[in-house]
Design a protein around this ligand. Structure first.
Ligand SMILES: *[C@@H]1O[C@H](CO)[C@@H](O)[C@H](O)[C@H]1NC(C)=O
Ligand SMILES: *[C@@H]1O[C@H](CO)[C@@H](O)[C@H](O)[C@H]1NC(C)=O
Ligand SMILES: *[C@@H]1O[C@H](CO)[C@@H](O)[C@H](O)[C@H]1NC(C)=O
Ligand SMILES: *[C@@H]1O[C@H](CO)[C@@H](O)[C@H](O)[C@H]1NC(C)=O
Length: 453
């Protein structure tokens, strides 16, 4: 059997340092009593009635990673990913699967297939360490396997998929994975499908981790240890989400060499608290139609508040650490709806968000439009409302076709209402000033730069 360790690191350049170690596993001549994986009543994993190496091998049954029988309830219960296996539940934690464990009856998780287009062509099995399938590639160390309904490119989607692993790690001695294995509906997602932002954030938190690409073809590959998440944040409780967010913020700042201690309580020569307002702009879809006019409104209101400073920044121009640095130095983040708002994670706790939508979202987007309200909630920020543009340059031609109309409006641009923006900004700046004045020394100490892991 081959023991493999690759390094395909979170750096732009691929580095390969293959080292291949041959190891032999001693085979027990003991009779093993095989018990059917009791946690789930799958008929598909048949128990081997007699022990012995070849019987063990033959007892390994591969099932499709994506089970289309559950296509209509893809994210419910056991989901359609590894559908025969049941999750482990712990109160206020994301539900997960882990291998080997009591629940897996000591068996390891094995994966066959590297299909990036059809999850039903990839498969999984459980195997005893003594009876791994023929020509298995044994992957050493801890692997985090993720299946998501979204993707790993978008900041918010990527974060939603990765948070449960951070939470699990915190509860398990800050364990660091040797590799990540990414799936979307059972289809493999290689490293380049993972956005740089989330790659950097994972590197900040776990150090260098490779994204498994199953380069040797179909496999099988068996994992020494594996944790599987398939519900995104799932049942993670609010307090745990805050803890995970605190850790990620702390790790990202450390990674980028930023030490924000004491910044929260900065005051100017007149004793007024500093209030840093950042207008985070987008290009193209959901950008402001008239950024100059919007900037003018924010600028006027900021000038009117002693201690306020305004920064206007183009989000696409920032690398990961630029984003972390900017957010560390922002108290009020004003930005159109979009993934760049996920950066609120890096602001100090209790900082504020102002969000802007183009026409069509309020009427047609459903609950998805509240993603950054939830994001604020889970990262400990205060979402200070949103403005929905009531006007569009062009109305949807067939207003009763909801889906078509949403797509028609979705990436439209955002107008402005000077009166509304001015009043809203004035109110928010006043609230932030009050809360900064009331803030006690104790609470700012809690923000100190000590990472939990
Ligand atoms: C889970 O969260 C609830 C609500 O915050 C809390 O009351 C409960 O004590 C938590 N349980 C555990 C085991 O942490
Ligand atoms: C495993 O490989 C050996 C040698 O290549 C072969 O003789 C045997 O039939 C294979 N067993 C299975 C179950 O494929
Ligand atoms: C956040 O704000 C709330 C309410 O305004 C306050 O009770 C809490 O102490 C603040 N937390 C921090 C860390 O400043
Ligand atoms: C702009 O906002 C103000 C204050 O909410 C509102 O009274 C006014 O009708 C709005 N103007 C337009 C053109 O929608």
């Amino acid at each position: 059997m081959e023991v493999e360790s690759k390094s395909m690191l979170f750096t732009k350049k691929k580095r390969f340092s293959h080292s291949t170690i041959l190891s032999t596993i001693s085979l027990f001549s003991l009779f093993l009593i095989l018990i059917l994986f009791h946690a789930q009543p799958s008929p598909s994993f048949s128990p081997a009635s007699k022990p012995g190496d070849s019987k063990l091998r033959n007892s390994v049954t591969f099932l499709p990673l994506k089970d289309t029988r559950f296509a209509n309830t893809a994210m419910e219960g056991n989901t359609w990913f590894m559908s025969s296996l049941s999750d482990t539940f712990e109160e206020n934690e994301s539900e997960y699967l882990h291998f080997p464990s009591d629940a897996s009856n000591g068996r390891l998780l094995c994966i066959k297939g590297n299909d990036i287009k059809d999850g039903t062509k990839n498969s999984y099995a459980l195997a005893y360490p003594e009876g791994l399938p023929n020509s298995t590639t044994f992957l050493k160390g801890l692997a985090f396997l993720s299946d998501t309904f979204y993707d790993y490119g978008n900041l918010w989607h990527g974060l939603t998929a990765m948070m449960p692993f951070v939470g699990w790690s915190m509860k398990n001695g800050c364990a660091k994975p040797a590799r990540l294995v990414l799936f979307h509906s059972g289809e493999l997602r290689v490293r380049e499908k993972m956005g740089l932002w989330i790659q950097n954030l994972m590197q900040a938190n776990f150090g260098q981790v490779q994204v498994e690409e199953f380069e040797k073809g179909e496999g099988p590959y068996c994992f020494e240890k594996a944790v599987v998440m398939r519900h995104n944040v799932g049942k993670m409780g609010k307090k745990k989400k805050l803890q995970v967010s605190d850790l990620l913020r702390c790790k990202a700042r450390e990674f980028c060499g930023i030490n924000p201690n004491g910044r929260r309580r900065e005051v100017n020569v007149r004793g007024e608290p500093s209030i840093r307002l950042t207008l985070l702009m987008r290009r193209g879809s959901r950008s402001f139609k008239n950024p100059t006019a919007v900037t003018a409104v924010f600028s006027r209101e900021c000038v009117a508040v002693d201690g306020c400073t305004l920064k206007v920044v183009q989000s696409e121009d920032l690398d990961f650490c630029d984003q972390v640095r900017l957010m560390t130095n922002t108290d009020v983040l004003a930005s159109p709806h979009g993934a760049q708002l996920t950066n609120m994670l890096f602001m100090d706790r209790n900082s504020s968000i102002m969000e802007f939508f183009p026409k069509g979202w309020l009427e047609l987007a459903g609950i998805g439009q509240y993603a950054h309200h939830w994001m604020a909630d889970q990262s400990g920020m205060t979402h200070r409302g949103a403005w929905w543009d009531p006007y569009a340059d062009k109305e949807c031609p067939e207003p009763n076709k909801q889906r078509e109309c949403f797509l028609f409006y979705k990436d439209g641009r955002v107008g402005h209402n000077e009166t509304y923006f001015a009043e809203w900004t004035r109110t928010v700046l006043k609230q932030v000033r009050t809360s900064k004045l009331e803030q006690d020394i104790e609470s700012s100490h809690r923000d100190s730069n000590v990472c939990l892991c």
